[in-house]
Ligand binder design. Sequence first.
Ligand SMILES: Nc1nc2c(ncn2[C@@H]2O[C@H](COP(=O)(O)OP(=O)(O)OP(=O)(O)O)[C@@H](O)[C@H]2O)c(=O)[nH]1
Length: 306
Amino acid sequence: MKPVEVYILSGFLGAGKTTLLQNILSQEKQNQRKIAVIMNELGEVSIDSNAVDKDTPLKELLNGCVCCTIQGQLEVQLDNMLREYELDAIYIETTGVAHPIEVLDSCLSPIFAEKLSVQAIITIVDAMRWESRSSLSIQLRKLLLEQVQHADIILLNKTDQLSEMKKANLVAEIQALNSKSKLLMTEFASVPLAQLKPMQKPLKRHHEQTHVHEHLHMRTYVHTFNKPVSLEQFEQFLKEMPETIYRIKGYITFTHSELPFLFQYSYGMPLYMKEQLKRKNTLVFIGENLNHQQLVADLKALELND
Ligand SMILES: Nc1nc2c(ncn2[C@@H]2O[C@H](COP(=O)(O)OP(=O)(O)OP(=O)(O)O)[C@@H](O)[C@H]2O)c(=O)[nH]1
């Protein structure tokens, strides 16, 4: 039997991995290929899984980063996928702080030698984040660089926010770091599937391990609101919260609206999308050295002030 193609989607928190996955899945559906998804999220609840439609087999690895705490689980999930479904391809969306090589290692395990064929590590780079990476900690900067260096295909995303001149500078910088990869510029990760074929297949590569909890000090906090909150006060909270909170996602209901909003925040940019169904009002916060106590107090205060 033909081995199942595997694509590893990597990229920093909020770079656009889920947006890319949605674009890919709708194109794969048109091509009538059988696709499965493995998602790894840092928080203990999944927000992104709603982005995958019900017909697509989905396995989730929650509350850990594939690269350190749950690499073994990834192998088990891959094995389960192969037993349960007849597939053409599996897409693995890693957490924004995963090292793609660890994921690659799991897929290249001898138990999958005949069954999986890893096609590419696709790294999506948030153009704005890349530009201002000097404000990140050394460990995170290193991770960003390595995600680029180990990619077979690089999507320079969010280019809608860059001038032509800045685009040219970024392209030159990224090509200097990894001249072997294919580099594409995208807005909202829009890319034809045919472009996601690498120039060469990934081989086993080595890197220095950077683990989420040990070195990056990356933490998550999951907060559930018991009642709607004021939009105005929530926006004030966003303005005042520490810059080391890089990513927030989840559902939130405001006093002015019955239905919740899907809330996305990355690199200082909030985005609200109205939902059609009631959802649990849970937000996942991801950041470096999170001060849990302060966060809990600030979020609880939003409910009291209402
Ligand atoms: N302006 C702009 N926003 C974008 C673009 N691509 C994605 N976004 C937005 O950026 C936010 C994060 O996108 P996601 O696709 O959820 O990012 P992600 O990498 O999956 O995030 P994590 O899973 O938390 O690491 C969302 O609000 C997207 O709508 C783009 O090209 N331009």
